[in-house]
Design a protein around this ligand. Sequence first.
Ligand code: FES
Length: 178
Amino acid sequence: MKRREIIAALGAFTIGIKPVRGAKPDRIKPQVGDVLVHAFGEKAGVVIQSDDIETDRVFAFPMSPEGVVRRGSLHNQVTLLRLDESLMSVKTKRHAAGPILAVSAACTHTGCEVSGWEPETNELVCPCHGSRFDVLDASRVLLGPAAKPLALLPIANIEGSFQVTGKFSRRVGPEPAF
Ligand code: FES
């Protein structure tokens, strides 16, 4: 996709996504045009390049064009993974930037950080109660107690870094208790 086409596409998405009035900028959900930055370690806050994502996963937060890193909520944290595109389901492919997929790090069971990754089977694993998610198939649940898939964040590769192009594919984290 050419740069001009990408900017036009991003503009179209912007219409549907508005910041929550009164929310702190670092807690506002990912917005179209945000760029993904390293969440932790000595590179925290540095824009993630395609080369940074090799065999291991990379944790990321979105950063606004003004430089606000939206680290105020686990619901904004994503796991970036490099996957085999030929094995991705249609839905997974639709959210990915080529081989790179961004998956919510907030478990849909009770909201723990999904920090485990098993590259041999392409499964994300929640350490709290052992739920497993198949990232190649839109993060569907392979093993509970989680009942819902992890949310996918649509991204595009813009000159080697990753920009948000839309809303999460579903509610992030657990369903509300009634
Ligand atoms: S919070 Fe993830 S399995 Fe319970």
